[in-house]
Design a binder for this molecule. Structure first.
Ligand SMILES: *Cc1c(COP(=O)(O)O)cnc(C)c1O
Length: 392
């Protein structure tokens, strides 16, 4: 809604749904024979789960993927149709709600298989499950030694009509490090483990292992479906692999704030908590009204970049909970002028990747942590996905 875009908000994250949809199409072109799962966990990496899910589906994503069942159930409750998969379960479920919402539910071990079959029995419906193999990430998933039991028991439950095994899947540890030996080792193990399950009688609709770097750079990992997250948001999964533009991607989120104050300051003035910055001489200071409560990393104190009045500036001193200060070196923009913390980067503004470097983290964490106090404002997109306007 365009009136929101120009509304005088303290701060806002503009979400360019047209860029998101172009990224989905671009990623599809990298994996033309695979189905596409738009990963929208963690509030779509901070971009707003429901509008992003709608826009991704309108751009051709057949599947939506979340970590938690609660996220997946929220998608269903918002009216999203088609396949929705979620993979981070703990004992207690909610398996029954997942069955009733027609979710594809990941099962990584025997406790989960027991709980999902019990819930299926109670509800009188068949649960869709996908067996997750730990092929070498060493995190969630079933290790090779435990795989025969899980496959055998899943097939037994399927024979009883309690479950349908719709998929076999896994996740990479180092797909963003080209040539890392674990990539080939994980692929070999994935082929062995899926091959074993299929020999035993599993007929998966989809076998999948590719995240963003796999989708973009490792065609041999595409199998039947790809699961990109970060790349769909226009951020390179690994800056060493290439820039977003190198992959035909465009950053989706721009973070902007209105200057709360611009003032003349003398030299020798200590700025913000701890006085880690002291003005070197008479200057002007601008107050940017966002802080670590809004997801601006405190680790970017003294290093975070921001575009004000067409010039790149740096956070002066500590990032506080709600605000930080920038030394403008005598420039005098008006209070209310725009500060761009990050965006696509093509009009001189920093990118989320620049903030990641400044804070010693990855761009995934920068966008995902933008706080709920920052309204999301939707622009672009070809089907009115932004009709809810601000808020997440
Ligand atoms: C988050 C996640 C993805 C997406 O990863 P990206 O690196 O953002 O592409 C894919 N699969 C699983 C299991 C995930 O948890």
């Amino acid at each position: 809604m365009n009136e929101n875009v120009t509304a005088p908000l303290r701060a806002r994250a503009e979400i360019d749904l047209a860029a998101l949809q172009a990224n989905v199409r671009s990623l599809r072109a990298h994996a033309p024979s695979a189905a596409f799962m738009a990963v929208v966990k963690a509030d779509a990496y901070g971009h707003g789960m429901i509008p992003v899910a709608r826009a991704a589906k309108a751009a051709g994503a057949e599947w939506l993927g979340t970590a938690t069942p609660e996220e997946a159930l929220e998608l269903r409750a918002a009216g999203l149709t088609g396949r929705i998969m979620c993979w981070l379960w703990v004992p207690g479920g909610p398996w029954r709600a997942g069955i009733e919402a027609d979710l594809d539910m990941s099962v990584s071990g025997m406790w989960a298989l027991r709980e999902v079959t019990a819930a299926a029995r109670e509800s009188g419906r068949t649960a869709r499950i996908q067996l997750k193999a730990d092929t070498g990430l060493g995190r969630n998933g079933c290790l090779p030694a435990d795989w025969p039991e899980l496959v055998r028991e899943a097939l037994a439950a399927q024979a009883e009509g309690l479950v349908t095994v719709t998929g076999l899947w896994s996740h990479f540890a180092c797909a963003d490090e080209p040539g890392h030996p674990s990539i080939a080792a994980q692929l070999d193990r994935f082929r062995e483990m899926t091959g074993y399950a299929e020999q035993q009688g599993v007929t998966p609709e989809v076998r999948h292992i590719a995240n963003s770097p796999g989708t973009l750079t490792l065609p041999g990992t595409h199998f039947d479906l790809v699961r990109p997250g970060i790349a769909m948001y226009g951020i390179s999964p690994s800056p060493e692999l290439g820039t977003p533009a190198d992959f035909g991607l465009r950053p989706v989120m721009s973070l902007k704030a209105s200057l709360a104050l611009v003032k003349h300051a003398p030299g020798g003035l200590g700025v913000s908590y701890g006085h880690h910055y002291v003005t070197p001489g008479p200057t002007t200071l601008a107050l940017v009204p966002v802080g670590y409560a809004d997801g601006i990393p405190r680790h970017a104190s003294g290093t975070g970049p921001v575009l004000i009045g067409g010039k790149r500036r740096t956070v002066a001193g500590r990032v506080a909970m709600d605000q930080f200060v920038v030394d403008l070196g005598g420039d005098e923009p008006a209070a209310g002028d725009e500060a761009v913390l990050f965006g696509p980067g093509d009009t001189g503004e920093p990118t989320a990747e620049d903030w990641a470097v400044a804070a010693g983290t990855i761009a995934y964490e920068i966008v995902t942590r933008i706080g709920s106090r920052v309204p999301r404002v939707y622009t672009g997109g070809d089907h009115g996905a932004g009709r809810e306007g601000a808020g997440t």
